[in-house]
Design a protein around this ligand. Structure first.
Ligand SMILES: [Fe+2]
Length: 685
């Protein structure tokens, strides 16, 4: 194995400057005050992120003591955990301007190598020791493994999944250990409930811990959201006190992207949407980006491309957006300045086997038309007829620029088309989309792994197969529970097919549920041609739909059998999995017979040929193994994390399920081969 060319000193200096990082290169001089571990001085621990073959970003935060105005921090990087073989040192100053956080580019490292790092201030007060790994060299085709995660809510759940991940990793041979953890967003939940705001300190059956409180904040209804930069910083600082999250960041390099909650639960670009009304929030978008940059050790830059030693917040004011380009990017200058204040879309190269292409799905997301409510399928508040969804999706571009003025609602009324003046639904924006397609076309690797915060998998219900008494006034075909962006996804599928690009594997989060599927332009009755695969991981701790349905669905709801199985252990919301995988007839038959076999016998094979696995009740994480000819994703599902697991293994497993994907040739369909390794995934297959 040859090693790819190592950049020279000048190149590392330039790279560190471009990333707003201090440089740690070469062994330098020994510290004046030797390291003594004082974890209390670094309450958020340590972290590393975005490794390449010769460098990695290292992070910590020095809690300021009373009256402190700045600290001089040194970092040491060693080849061994006892720090006998130090390979890099660097120093930097931290102060209030970055909320006492720092980032170093540890450089001049060897590819695919394990390193240890620690921080020390002038007094010798030292951080805990972190461990990190560099990426493989360009020509390294050895298999590698990584985990992907999303959606950790530490205010109403526990990070037992990280404990399990660490436990399993420590027991694997070095060659099989995780190379990194890809975090697909909802690292924090900016919207939070305080225990005193509910009658019994719980919400939806979960105990509220009250461990995130905003110094300023804004209360809307019964929840709180950040009001300024200090609030966003407090969110990260509070979350990083979680011991298991902190242990994970100290053990693995993280590769993060954001989803919605790093800025705002509801909204798009730099706008929040509360109670259906858009509220300009350019200043908050910049604040959210700044806090993300300060607390996430990622190889990202501000979009003007200038070198920066720290995050430069562009001056913006909150202003409404009244003009959008063809892909829905608001052209209001303050919006553009805010969303360009940090560029997180990027590609990480992983040896000869994979390119990891990460997109920003929120900063350029088109506004969604409001007023779709009356078009929802009766009894399914979140579901729209598939044909209505297409009109919403295309906006003003529908029917070559001639959208209908009205749409027939399920109750027979012709109502105004709420999307008729909206830009089509898109989320990458013009520049990022062009860049993304170029990454796919230009990749020489067998696997193109697309880190996608919220996933693309369409989910539908065959409402048309319900008996008449349950169908209500429904006259259409499939109802779409989750979809949208059909035009963008269709274009990507067309590109893959036309140019013979194979090996697209999408990994996603956000859905608080596990999914394994193929990626294609259309589902039946249109031509079904899978050109990629997709995996979505269950949340680390945030609640899933099955949990919510179990608590909220009326016992006498006529459609209950589609959502809930009332068994000897109480209501089980995972029944919804069956409806989505096999169809409404299967769920109704199961209710009548209690027989999985009988339920399967009446399944609708056209409903979801793309789905291999669906579990709205699962939590945990996913592990991907990549070889030159095969990609395997393992779902590691843990019980609902309502209490902290005190055992070192993070508690029991619910199941471990693998999907193997052999690399396919151009023109062949992508396919998934399922193996249940451990446990029982109820209603999920
Ligand atoms: Fe989430």
């Amino acid at each position: 194995m040859t090693v790819s060319a190592r950049p020279n000193r000048r190149e590392f200096v330039a790279l560190a400057a471009a990333l707003g990082a201090s440089l740690a290169l070469g062994p330098g001089k020994a510290l004046a005050a030797p390291w003594r571990e004082r974890r209390a001085a670094y309450p958020q621990g340590v972290a590393s992120g975005d490794p390449d073959a010769h460098s990695v970003i290292l992070w910590t935060r020095r809690e300021p003591g009373a009256g402190a105005s700045a600290y001089r921090l040194a970092v040491e990087v060693a080849a061994d955990p006892a720090f006998r073989r130090i390979v890099a040192r660097g120093t930097t100053r931290v102060d209030a301007s970055t909320d006492w956080t720092c980032r170093f580019l540890a450089a001049g490292l060897r590819p695919a190598t394990e390193y240890f790092y620690r921080f020390t201030d002038e007094s010798g007060a030292g951080s805990r020791v972190g461990r990190t790994l560099t990426a493989p060299a360009e020509d390294d085709d050895r298999p590698f493994r990584f985990a992907f995660v999303s959606c950790q809510d530490v205010t109403e759940g526990y990070c037992n999944a990280y404990k399990r991940m660490i436990f399993e990793d420590e027991r694997r041979p070095p060659a099989e250990r995780l190379a990194f953890v890809l975090h697909l967003g909802d690292f924090i939940y900016e919207v939070t409930w305080y225990p005193e705001d509910t009658p019994d300190g719980t919400k939806g059956g979960r105990r509220l811990q009250g461990n995130l409180r905003y110094p300023t904040g804004e209360k809307l209804h019964d929840y709180h959201v950040p009001a300024d930069l200090a609030d966003y910083r407090v969110a990260y600082k509070s979350y990083l006190l979680d011991p298991d999250l902190q242990d994970a960041r100290a053990r693995f390099p993280f590769i993060p992207v954001w989803d919605n909650h790093e800025f705002s639960w509801s909204g798009y670009q730099s706008q929040q949407v509360w109670d259906g009304v858009a509220r300009p929030a350019q200043t908050l978008k910049v604040a959210a980006n700044q806090a993300w940059w300060e607390f996430q050790p990622a190889r990202v830059q501000q979009m003007d491309g200038v070198h920066f030693d720290r995050f430069r917040a562009p001056p913006v004011r909150n202003a409404a957006i009244d003009h959008y380009d063809g892909l829905g990017t608001g052209q209001e200058p303050n919006n553009l300045a805010a969303i360009h204040s940090l560029k997180i879309y990027r590609t990480l190269k992983w040896g000869r086997n994979a390119d990891l292409i990460l997109t920003d799905n929120r900063s350029f997301q088109a506004p969604q038309p409001d007023g779709g409510g009356p078009f929802a399928v009766a009894g399914f508040p979140l579901m729209y007829p598939q044909d209505v969804n297409e009109i919403f999706d295309s906006g003003r571009d529908y029917n070559e620029g001639h959208p209908p003025a009205t749409i027939r609602a399920p109750d027979g009324r012709d109502l105004p088309n709420p999307a008729k003046d909206y830009p089509r639904q898109s989320y990458l924006g013009a520049d990022q989309k062009a860049w993304f397609l170029q990454q796919l076309r230009g990749s020489q690797k067998p696997w193109k792994i697309w880190g996608h915060s919220f996933g693309t998998i369409p989910i539908r219900i065959d409402v048309q197969n319900l008996p008449e008494n349950l169908r209500g006034n429904w006259t259409g075909g499939y109802g779409l529970l989750n979809g949208g962006y059909d035009i963008d996804h269709g274009e990507i599928a067309d590109t893959l097919k036309a140019e013979g690009i194979t090996g697209l594997a999408i990994v996603a989060g956000d859905k608080h549920s596990f999914w394994a599927a193929t990626f294609q332009k259309h589902l039946p009755p249109r031509a079904f041609e899978p050109v990629g695969v997709e995996f979505i991981t269950g949340s680390i701790s945030a609640r899933g739909l099955a949990e919510s349905i179990e608590r909220s669905m009326r016992a006498d709801h006529p459609l209950r059998a589609l959502y809930v199985h009332d068994g000897p252990n109480g209501p089980d919301g995972r029944k919804l999995n069956m409806s989505l995988l096999h169809g409404v007839r299967s769920s109704l038959t199961f209710k009548e017979t209690g027989s999985l076999e009988a339920a399967r016998a009446v399944r609708n094979p056209d409903l979801a040929p793309h789905l291999s696995f669906a579990d709205y009740g699962g939590h945990g994480y996913a592990v991907v193994q990549v070889t030159p000819t095969e990609l395997t994703t393992e779902f590691v599902c843990i019980p609902r994390p309502l209490t902290h697991a005190e055992t070192p293994d993070g508690g029991p497993l619910v199941y471990r399920v693998r999907h193997r994907v052999p690399l396919w040739q151009a023109g062949q369909p992508a396919r998934l081969i399922q193996e249940v390794v451990e446990g029982t995934p109820a209603f999920a297959t």
